[in-house]
Design a protein around this ligand. Structure first.
Ligand SMILES: Cc1cc2nc3c(=O)[nH]c(=O)nc-3n(C[C@H](O)[C@H](O)[C@H](O)COP(=O)(O)OP(=O)(O)OC[C@H]3O[C@@H](n4cnc5c(N)ncnc54)[C@H](O)[C@@H]3O)c2cc1C
Length: 386
């Protein structure tokens, strides 16, 4: 087995891993290993946006309260405070590095999503926010001489000595490598692929959680999995997510008889928290003996819909659904894991030498239920801290 040495080993190249690489680069040699091409990650597919309290009508304290409320009383307040307070700085530096968030005139354009009491969700190219963040971070990382990249390199386990983490075993080109590092950062994302119906890409197989668990790390809140309410349900179509922002902009949920039903379940109707909307949809599906309900945008201005949701419009059209004219068949699917490797606000796990950031972790910011668009922000904020 070949042995390599580096200062910092980062496993995963989504928002959390890449942001960690940028932060660590001035302090030594960084090796980013990832099991596919660099950009293949949940981050690349994130649509709706990134939540940050930066609009004129918003305050950090209100974002804090909304996050706690969505988390059903189970958030770690200390971690939520770090998230909402440091978020704006992380977004401003992304803009400085070239991120093009959508604007209304010269001002950043903030949209509304479920369970947010203010318009606070920044978006890019309509519905391609994650792709834009990933593009900018890859560009930044590629410009840093001290960062090496190892694509198509599958991390299998941690190198452990006397209970300390000293690196990881990595399978690349059919050969096992032992990479020794002063510090190892797990940023392997979530595990939606455990479920038959999920919005997550194929790389999302809980590897980091399993690797950490085998090494004896403390895990937390593994029972909390968020189901996204509106995922395309059509023959031969992929399990394609239909962003929450579609309801934020006025989309209505209807059962197969065309009846709107969300008011029967929650006063906030379509903008109730995700768990409430997902459960309401399942109840309507059972009540009407159907495998789906409809998301209806046909009453909105067609030009606005095409401009605001270009990627979703194009994708649905491939399956003969014109979202400006047709109701879209949807049902819930596994989307996000609130639980994971327990970390403190500096990304430290219970194992010395092992840090973690992003969806693989349980920082405590999401409690029992993640507030929409808080996870890209979590990756940026805690990636920088790990
Ligand atoms: C369709 C979709 C839409 C979403 N929309 C939003 C949104 O609008 N706003 C929001 O805030 N959040 C959204 N989310 C959630 C958000 O995208 C993710 O929670 C976040 O991007 C996770 O970032 P990450 O860096 O932790 O992990 P990821 O971005 O998933 O990156 C994980 C990385 O680890 C690598 N990896 C995994 N296992 C291994 C291994 N064994 N060895 C080596 N490498 C490995 C992967 O290849 C990948 O590079 C969405 C998610 C999906 C799937």
């Amino acid at each position: 087995m070949e042995t390599e040495k580096t200062d910092f080993l980062i496993i995963g190249s989504g928002v959390a891993g890449l942001r960690a690489a940028v932060e660590l680069a001035p302090h030594g040699e960084v090796l980013v290993v990832t099991k596919d091409v660099l950009r293949e990650s949940s981050t690349e597919y994130a649509q709706g946006g990134v939540a940050v309290a930066m609009s004129d009508e918003d305050r950090v304290g209100i974002h804090f309260e909304d996050t706690l409320k969505a988390g059903d009383g189970l958030c770690r307040e200390e971690a939520v405070r770090v998230l909402v307070e440091e978020g704006a700085q992380r977004i401003l530096e992304l803009i400085e590095w070239g991120a093009e968030f959508d604007r209304a005139g010269t001002k950043l354009d903030f949209t509304l999503e479920a369970a947010h009491s203010r318009r606070r969700v920044l978006h890019a190219h309509g519905d391609s926010t994650g792709k834009e963040i990933e593009r900018v971070l890859i560009h930044k990382v590629v410009s840093l001489k001290s960062v090496r990249k190892f694509p198509f390199a599958m991390t299998v386990d941690l190198v452990m000595r006397d209970g300390l983490c000293c690196g990881a075993y990595i399978l690349k080109d059919g050969r096992m490598h032992r990479v020794l590092a002063r510090a190892t950062v797990l940023a392997t994302g979530g595990g939606g692929q455990i479920f038959s119906r999920t919005t997550n890409p194929p790389v999302t197989t809980s590897d980091g959680m399993a690797i950490a668990l085998r090494a004896g790390a403390v895990m937390e809140d593994m029972e909390f999995v968020q189901f996204h309410p509106t995922v395309l349900f059509a023959p031969a179509a992929p399990q394609f997510l239909l962003s929450e922002a579609m309801r934020g902009e006025g989309g209505v949920l209807r059962n197969i008889y065309g009846e709107p039903f969300m008011k029967n379940y929650h006063p906030d109707a379509e903008l109730a928290p995700r768990d409430v909307v997902s459960r309401a949809i399942i109840s309507e599906m059972v009540r009407t003996s159907s495998l789906y309900v409809y998301l209806d945008l046909t009453h909105l201005d067609a030009r606005f819909v095409k401009k605001r949701f270009p990627r979703i419009y194009r994708t649905c059209l491939q399956y003969d659904i014109d979202i400006t004219r047709d109701r879209i068949p949807v049902s819930p699917a596994a989307h996000y894991m609130m639980g994971g490797v327990k970390t403190d606000t500096m990304g430290r796990t219970s194992i010395t030498g092992l840090y973690a950031a992003g969806e693989v972790t349980c920082t405590g910011v999401h409690g029992a239920n993640r507030l929409a668009s808080n996870s890209l922000l979590e990756g940026l904020v805690f990636g920088a801290k790990a």
